[in-house]
Design a protein. Structure first.
Length: 163
């Protein structure tokens, strides 16, 4: 089974309130750790950015947060809708890579993370949310998203992705 990691909307323009910053700061640590496991195993890491964040591509708000580790091998996808699959090339990219399962991480738990999770399921992918790897508008929103959908821990992923 081929697996990919999705990192959604970890952009400077999303980190606007203290609670946004706090939840994104907590999530980025897990995202960086797990994306490293994926890269080491030669598995795809897809970084999704919302074109409506900030003033769009080229603006400071559109940029990824400084704390996020991104590699040259990562695949970049730009979106307009909350569901990262809707009107993007994400589905075809994953099919071209024979991906059957995706791990969703990023921002915002209550919107883009859940919409992308649902989009993956609707398209027949296996999918889980990275435990502790999502930020949100509120801490409660993050807890709710993790309680309402299957999550996978970084320890499990480290085991499954090892050489």
């Amino acid at each position: 089974m081929n697996i990919a990691m999705l990192i959604i909307d970890m952009q400077k323009g999303c980190s606007v309130t203290e609670e946004n910053k706090e939840t994104m700061g907590a999530a980025v640590e897990y995202i960086n750790e797990v994306s490293g496991y994926f890269r080491k195993a030669g598995k795809p890491v897809v970084v999704v950015q919302d074109r409506e964040v900030g003033e769009g591509p080229g603006s400071k708000g559109y940029e990824l947060i400084d704390e996020l580790v991104v590699a040259d091998t990562d695949i970049l996808v730009s979106k307009v809708h909350a569901n990262s699959f809707y009107e993007t090339q994400l589905e075809s990219i994953l099919h071209d890579l024979d991906v059957e399962f995706v791990v969703v991480s990023g921002f915002a738990a209550e919107y883009c993370v859940l919409f992308t999770y649902n989009g993956a399921r609707e398209r027949g992918f296996g999918v889980s949310i990275l435990q502790h790897g999502i930020g949100g508008m509120t801490k409660q929103g993050v807890r709710d998203a993790e309680n309402l959908r299957p999550v996978i821990s970084y320890e499990a992923l480290k085991f499954f992705l090892k050489d």
